[in-house]
Design a binder for this molecule. Structure first.
Ligand code: NAP
Length: 263
């Protein structure tokens, strides 16, 4: 059985650990404060270890579940505990495989980059994955299984990670804004906010499910809902006049630009 160690036990690590089958993986955690980590370990039914060095020594796969700005100071001192038979997995936004290789400073170090999203908290993350040349198929498959336990996993080229992070990592925020805007319109026209939000969220969920199940292009579905001379097409034209598509694309481009600036 593979031992998977998590460094950092925040929202994302907790969500992944909660989704994992504890009979398939031996799970270790190491946080910033051992007393807190022991409590978290009891809550998550995993084992707490005293420090990151010990965790790396005992683990086959090491998940770095800490903020990108903290990661360099955590990873650099672990260099001597790393080895080619261990695999590092980073979920930190913005840090490339090359950045991670430089920080790990360990020869032939297998490194996997994964970008999950907040929906991991309900077992429905849409995650991207990419590996460097030193990762074995076995380690890659085990990592895909770990993230597959909390949703879907898409293998993409590393050059597309920033785009993925924008349309899958940040987009839940934009989708929440869209839901809130539709709900607010419902309130403007007389519905209670809670009821309007539930109605919109259910409609959005079913509309997304329709795209996934039918495999149809979204625009052909727009056309199907828009009867000639009807109410829906009036709204579609109003959205277009107000640059709905261009506004959304600008927001995604701004998200990608910001990540590039942070690098
Ligand atoms: N949340 C998301 O939607 C999302 C999506 C994609 C990727 N990610 C990535 O996932 C990573 C974790 O994000 P998160 O949302 O889980 O953040 P989080 O909830 O803030 O968790 C980060 C954890 O790291 C711990 N930590 C801080 N310094 C540490 C150290 N020196 N050693 C060990 N642990 C330390 C923190 O402990 P204390 O609380 O005790 O300081 C906290 O529990 C980030 O790199 C983020 O970019 C997150």
């Amino acid at each position: 059985m593979k031992t998977v160690g998590f460094i950092g036990v925040g929202k994302m690590a907790s969500a992944i650990i909660a989704g994992l089958d504890k009979t398939k993986f031996n799970l270790l955690i190491s946080g910033r404060d051992f007393e807190k980590t022991k409590q978290q370990a009891a809550d998550l039914s995993v084992t707490a270890v005293q420090n990151h060095d010990e965790l790396v020594k005992k683990s086959d796969l090491i998940v770095l579940a800490i903020k990108p700005q903290v990661l360099p100071s955590v990873l650099r001192p672990l260099s001597s505990a790393l080895s080619a038979d261990k695999t590092l997995i980073s979920i930190a936004a913005g840090l490339t495989l090359a950045d991670l290789e430089a920080l790990a400073a360990s020869e032939n170090q297998g490194i996997i980059r994964v970008m999950p999203n907040i929906n991991a908290q309900i077992g429905k993350s849409t995650s991207a994955i990419v590996r460097n040349e030193f990762v074995s198929d076995e380690a890659f498959d085990a990592t895909s299984e770990i993230f597959g336990a909390v949703g879907s996993v898409h293998q993409i080229a590393e050059k597309d990670f920033s785009t993925f992070a924008a349309i899958a990592g940040s987009s839940p925020a934009y989708i929440y804004m869209f839901i809130d805007a539709l709900s607010r319109a419902g309130v403007l026209h007389g519905l209670p906010k809670d009821q309007a939000t539930k109605i919109v969220a259910e409609t959005l969920q079913a509309s997304a499910e329709m795209i996934l199940q039918s495999g149809e292009n979204p625009w052909s579905l727009v056309d199907k809902v828009s009867s000639p001379g009807g109410t829906t097409v009036a709204g579609v034209v109003s959205l277009e006049k107000n640059h709905f598509v261009g506004t959304v694309i600008d927001a995604i481009t701004a998200t990608i630009d910001k990540e590039n600036q942070l690098r």
